[in-house]
Structure formats: structure tokens, C-alpha cells
Design a protein around this ligand. Structure first.
Ligand code: LLP
Length: 421
């Protein structure tokens, strides 16, 4: 598990000069290392690692991870189609969605795999494609997330079929001749490794109930440490007892289950930075605060405002070599929202915290680490009419390659239709 990737100052200045700010920059070398770690997950009888593409769906990233041997988890019909358009073979895509796609038949015929995430979805699949193999997402009865907002298991979560409804699942499958070949559970993001292990056993118990199941997908959710106060999940440690449980089932029943995991965060979070510029510096007088105002914010990085998520922030002075006294800054975004905070207390999006830097100046660069997952893909896009930032892939040879252009104002407005005055 690597610490967050950060750009060396000179390269950050070079990229900012060439592509402007704000801009996302992803490291190919870091992505390769994380993919290798995920592919080394302890396993008894075969492993498929699916990238939860909702974390970072840019086509160049998908293609890179595809070349490294990863498969994909899509969370909507649009995402599945997006992966296919990016060049991913449909057979490598699995769909687990909250909203059953209107074009499901087309996706199924293209060859994607699907997990029914509700009894209504299972019935719809059965009506459309009786007699086919299908996966089922269960809510195993327990969940765990880094915050309450990222916990997707247990009685308060709507995700998957409640674990006590296995009989209803069986009846529905029998009605349509469906063969349940895969069980899927995902309990949350940033989950407690111990609870993940416990729920893995609950998921295995569900797999035992369905004799045709050959694959168990245990979802994603593995923590990474974006800041030093956080502790990342050691995949080797978390996976070892689960491998033993797979072996135990094989000894008892002869069934050798394949394991699937589908991390998003683990694969990409610490592989990207958001490069921004200090566009203003203000203060609220003696006893007040100093504010470093960036040319980015919730328009590119929603996680602090949404979850109270912590991201490392470093200052890159525009004049190298000059560094003044240290000062505590509240780092804020460019939106007209008091909640557009980069510096907030852990888990408390409304509480202001500070970052300590050498005295900052307008024009200095800032890089925000841990910005590879759920940043470009999950932002308050176009709020205050700020155009979407470009994405850049830093190739292994340190060449920055533009993989998404900066949006224009015309593109923001392109679908508007003027009503008659
Ligand atoms: N599988 C399923 C079915 C999921 O819903 C998710 C994430 C994943 C896998 C990947 O989880 P990960 O390994 O990335 O934790 N936006 C949040 C996290 C919530 C993601 C929702 N589902 C964040 O910024 O941390």
C-alpha cells in the first residue's frame, strides 16, 4: 500500500503551465503498483479483480487497467455502455445497479454479467432471459463504511436483497428457470476490515444455500490512508482468513468457489492529485482566520464537503526557494458556499480545520492528494458554471498525457434550448 502520489514541485509547475489549473493528474506507475497489489489478493481457487469504475471512469484509465488484467464493475447501464465504448470486452464487465437499465436486453446480449440487486430486478431478468445464469446481490445483514454515508449494508441500507429472503430468491429463480451462479455482497466504502471479514463469512453462508453458485463477489470498500492519521487495509491480512474459509467449504462440499473483489478506492485513490492555484488570500482580522482560496473546490473535489473526507494538501510556492514563516490556513474552494471547504474536520464536513504552510501568495500552486477516486467522477460539476477540469495521465516515462480536455462554457450550455421570450 503506497502513500498518496504527489508531483515533484518542478513537474507540477510544468503541468500547470501547459494545461492550466485546476487539473487532475494520475500516475501510471502508481496505478500499476496498486493493480499488482490487488491482483495478489489471497485466494484459494481463482481470482477476478474488478475495478469499480464509478471511482474513475475515464476511458484511458479503463484501458490501462484492462491491459493490467483487471475486469470491471459497472454501477449503471450507462457505465456498462461507457466501458464498452472505451473498448472493454463486454465479457469483462459486471453490472450491479440500483436502477435497472432500460436497455438491459442489449447489454445482456452483448455479454455483460449481471447481479440482480432486488427481487424486482431478478424477476425482470427472468422475464426477459429465462433459463440464463445470473448473479444476486445480497445485503448480508451488516455493513460498515468510513462514514455513515458510505455504509451500504444492514437494515438501514437499500442495497441488495435482504439476506433473509433467500427463499424468495430461490422461488423467483425457479419460476423463470434462472441459474444463480454468483453471489455478490458489498458492505460499504472504507469499511472496518474486521467487519468485512465477518460479513464475508455471512456471504459464504449465502453461497452455500445456492448449489449452482461458482463465484462469490465480496465487493470493494478497502480503506486507503490518504492522510497519516488514517490506516489503510492490508489486503494480505484481510484476505487470508477468507481464503481459509473458501478452503473449508471445498473440504466440506467439494465446491471450489472463485473469488471476485471489486475495489474502486484501493486501486486509484492514492494515484491521483488535483492541481490547483491559490487565486486569493483573505483573513478575518486579529484572532480570525487566514483563508487560502483555490481555483478549485467542490466542483472537482466534493468528498470533504460530503463526508468530511481528509485529503493531503501541499503548497508549491510560485517562487522556488523562498519560504516565509509557517501559518495556519483554511483551504477553501471557489464556490459561493460556506461548505466548500478543503480543510474540514475529519468526518465533519461543516467544521473548519486548518492546514499549516509556509506563508502563501496568490499564484502559488497547491496539490491535493488522494484525488484519484470519486473526485473527477463525483463532483458538483458545473456549479457556479465552472467548467469541468481536464484529466492528465502521467505516463511511466514522466510524460504528461492529456486524457480529457477542459470543458468550455459553450459545452456547459450546449443542451439548453431557449424558450420563446
Ligand atoms: N462495489 C459496489 C457495488 C459499490 O457500490 C462500490 C462503491 C464499490 C464496489 C467500490 O467501493 P470502494 O472500493 O471504492 O470503496 N463515493 C465514496 C464511496 C462510495 C462508493 C459507492 N460504491 C467515496 O468517495 O469514498
Amino acid at each position: 500500500m503506497q502513500p498518496p502520489f504527489l508531483l515533484p514541485d518542478a513537474l507540477a509547475r510544468d503541468i500547470a503551465a501547459r494545461f492550466g489549473t485546476p487539473a487532475y493528474v494520475y500516475s501510471q506507475a502508481a496505478l500499476e503498483q496498486q493493480a499488482a497489489e490487488a491482483l495478489a489478493f489471497p485466494v484459494a481457487y481463482g481470482l477476478t479483480v474488478r475495478f469499480a469504475m464509478k471511482a474513475l471512469p475515464n476511458a484511458s484509465i479503463l484501458r490501462l487497467l484492462d491491459r493490467l488484467g483487471l475486469h470491471f464493475d459497472a454501477s449503471s447501464g450507462f457505465e456498462a455502455t461507457r466501458a464498452i465504448l472505451a473498448g472493454i470486452a463486454p465479457g469483462k464487465i459486471s453490472l450491479s445497479t440500483q436502477e435497472f437499465p432500460v436497455d438491459f436486453a442489449r447489454l445482456q446480449q452483448a455479454g455483460i454479467a449481471v447481479n440482480a440487486c432486488s427481487l424486482a430486478q431478478l424477476d425482470a431478468i427472468g422475464r426477459l432471459f429465462p433459463g440464463t445464469p445470473v448473479g444476486v446481490r445480497f445485503n448480508p445483514g451488516k455493513g460498515s463504511g468510513g462514514t455513515g454515508k458510505t455504509n451500504v449494508g444492514g437494515p438501514d441500507a437499500s442495497f441488495g436483497i435482504w439476506h433473509e429472503y433467500a427463499t424468495e430468491v430461490r422461488k423467483c429463480a425457479e419460476k423463470h428457470g434462472l441459474k444463480i451462479t454468483r453471489i455478490h455482497t458489498h458492505i460499504g466504502s472504507g469499511s472496518d476490515p474486521l467487519i468485512w471479514q465477518q460479513t464475508s463469512h455471512l456471504s459464504l453462508a449465502l453461497a452455500r444455500l445456492f448449489p449452482d453458485v461458482d463465484t462469490l463477489n465480496l465487493g470493494g470498500g478497502y480503506k486507503v490512508a490518504r492522510v497519516s492519521s488514517e490506516k489503510g487495509t492490508d489486503l494480505q491480512r484481510v484476505g487470508a482468513p477468507v481464503r481459509e474459509a473458501f478452503e473449508e467449504i471445498a473440504r466440506e462440499t467439494g465446491r471450489k468457489l472463485r473469488l471476485e473483489i471489486e475495489p474502486g478506492t484501493f486501486l486509484v485513490a492514492n494515484c491521483g492529485v488535483l492541481l490547483a492555484r491559490a487565486q486569493d488570500i483573505t483573513d478575518t482580522g486579529a484572532g480570525g482566520r487566514h483563508f487560502l482560496k483555490l481555483d478549485t473546490g467542490m466542483t472537482e473535489l466534493l468528498r470533504p464537503s460530503l463526508y468530511g473526507a481528509q485529503h493531503p494538501v501541499t503548497l508549491i510556492p510560485s517562487k522556488p526557494g523562498i519560504s516565509g514563516p509557517q501559518r495556519d490556513y483554511v483551504v477553501v474552494g471557489h464556490c459561493c458556499e460556506s461548505g466548500d471547504l478543503v480543510s474540514c474536520a475529519s468526518g465533519k464536513p461543516e467544521i473548519i480545520a486548518t492546514h499549516r504552510f509556509p506563508e502563501a501568495h496568490i499564484g502559488d500552486l497547491c496539490q491535493i492528494g488522494g484525488a484519484g477516486a470519486y473526485c473527477a467522477s463525483m463532483s458538483a460539476k458545473n456549479y457556479n458554471s465552472f467548467p469541468e477540469a481536464p484529466e492528465i495521465l502521467l505516463l511511466s516515462n514522466n510524460t504528461p498525457q492529456l486524457i480529457r480536455r477542459r470543458q468550455t462554457l459553450a459545452q456547459i450550455m450546449q443542451n439548453e434550448i431557449r424558450a420563446a421570450d
